[in-house]
Design a protein around this ligand. Structure first.
Ligand code: NCD
Length: 302
């Protein structure tokens, strides 16, 4: 039995197969409408989410399966003090596969060690968010044409943003990618990530101003400042509007640059940008459903 805790749990060849499957699903949805008939997905979300949870629910429903679960810790037995290990043992009898989000780093991993069904990490604290990374890779592969040979700028909260950490680790396995980290000094990329970049000899730069590097980018990955992981509100308020991507700043960018964002957006991308053909974040959310459909099929060995 296989779980997904980290994007690196799949080899790059396995990811290629997964993305091929996701693409086929997107082109021939009717072919897959019943592959999960009779199967159940449990969504155990100890932390709020709209996109990820509904994306999983949509994925399972589109495969013909059913969904049960909870969307906040307060409406589960966690409120009574139950451990994730006990919860997953019980859920193993109720469902065939589980997607778990948890504010504590490593909680889905603990669950996986006790689970009798495949567990998917749907985001653990500031650590990892593998299915968002699969979504991001699928978006880049489809719209950029390949997973290599580009310059990517990651902008915003690089300290607490788990989607950023997962994506960088995953991209380090592909060739000829240059990283530009754009953040205020307080929200710079953690050392454990730059250590990995150094170990792999990856090319990267850290800058503060978006305007200074936007012209070099093939992909711009914008992120929101992660309010819920701040220790005090004052710092959040000071940093929350540090970056706002506007049509004016976009004039400095390449004509074909792709703008990705894991969503939810707060203020970091002005809504006027949504109409620019370079803005692909809503398409990205759509790819997220196909990728999760492919992932559910793969982990259930269908
Ligand atoms: C991301 C997350 O949960 O980390 N959102 C998501 O999964 N769509 C990004 C975020 O919350 O900023």
């Amino acid at each position: 039995m296989r779980h997904l805790m980290n994007p690196l749990d799949f080899t790059t060849d396995e990811l290629e197969k997964l993305f091929d499957l996701a693409q086929d699903i997107s082109e021939n949805p009717a072919k897959y409408a019943h592959v999960c008939d009779g199967r159940i997905l449990a969504t155990c979300f100890y932390e709020p989410s709209t996109r990820t949870r509904l994306s999983f629910e949509s994925a399972m429903t589109r495969l013909g399966g059913r969904v049960l679960g909870f969307s906040e810790a307060s409406s589960s037995s966690a409120a009574k003090g139950e451990s994730v290990s006990d919860t997953i043992r019980v859920i193993s009898s109720y469902a065939d596969i589980c997607a778990m989000r948890h504010p504590k780093e490593g909680a889905p991993m603990v669950a996986a060690t006790r689970s009798l069904i495949p567990v998917i990490n749907a985001g653990d604290g500031g650590h990892q968010h593998p299915t968002q990374t699969l979504t991001d890779l699928m978006t880049i592969r489809t719209l950029n044409g390949s997973l290599g040979n580009f310059t990517i700028g990651l902008c915003g909260d690089l300290k607490f943003g788990r989607t950023v950490h997962s994506l960088i680790e995953a991209l380090l396995r592909y060739d000829n990618i240059k990283f530009i980290f754009i953040s205020p000094p307080e929200l710079r990329i953690p050392d454990y990530i730059t250590d990995q970049l150094n170990a792999k000899g990856a090319e990267y730069e850290e800058v503060i101003r978006l305007e200074d590097s936007i012209g070099d980018l093939d992909i711009l990955y914008m992120t929101r400042v992660q309010r819920e992981r701040f220790f005090n509100e004052e710092d959040y308020v000071r940093l929350k509007d540090f970056y706002i991507l506007t049509n004016e700043k976009l004039q400095l960018a390449k004509e074909k640059m792709l703008i990705l964002h894991p969503l939810p957006r707060v203020n970091e991308i002005s809504v006027e940008v949504d109409d620019d053909p370079r803005a692909v974040y809503f398409k990205q959310a759509k790819y997220g459903v196909y990728v999760r459909m492919a992932l559910i099929m793969t982990l259930l060995e269908l």
